[in-house]
Design a protein around this ligand. Structure first.
Ligand SMILES: [Zn+2]
Length: 114
């Protein structure tokens, strides 16, 4: 089964609806995906559609280098949690480039090599 995910979500998703619609496992997966889109939406708007890492303008449209993506402020590999307090929004390009680097290190490197 293929899902098309919305570009942004304005209200926090509720798990029950997805589980009812897609069953327990798939429903949970779709729900979690929607939660990530919700937080991506919230953080991007809080940041005025500006990337956390390069300060470039982001878009909700998918498939661009500057498409909004959900960023872990502290990378998961460094013990950062997948919780709202650890979420920010960055552009797709920065998110892909950063990997598991800390924000400080990534931004510093960007400033010295730019
Ligand atoms: Zn960026």
């Amino acid at each position: 089964m293929k899902f098309t995910t919305p570009e942004f979500i304005d209200e926090h998703p509720i798990a029950e609806g997805f589980i009812k619609k897609y069953g327990k496992n798939m429903g949970k997966m779709v729900y979690e995906c929607n939660v990530r889109i919700y937080w991506r939406t919230v953080r991007a708007r809080e940041q005025n559609m500006t990337c956390l890492l390069c300060s470039g303008e982001m878009t909700f449209e998918r498939g661009h280098k500057n498409s909004v993506s959900l960023e872990h402020l502290i990378p998961k590999s460094l013990g950062g949690e997948s919780e709202p307090h650890n979420y920010g929004a960055s552009c797709e390009r920065c998110n892909n480039k950063r990997g598991s680097e800390s924000i400080e290190s990534f931004v510093k490197k960007r400033l010295t090599t730019a």
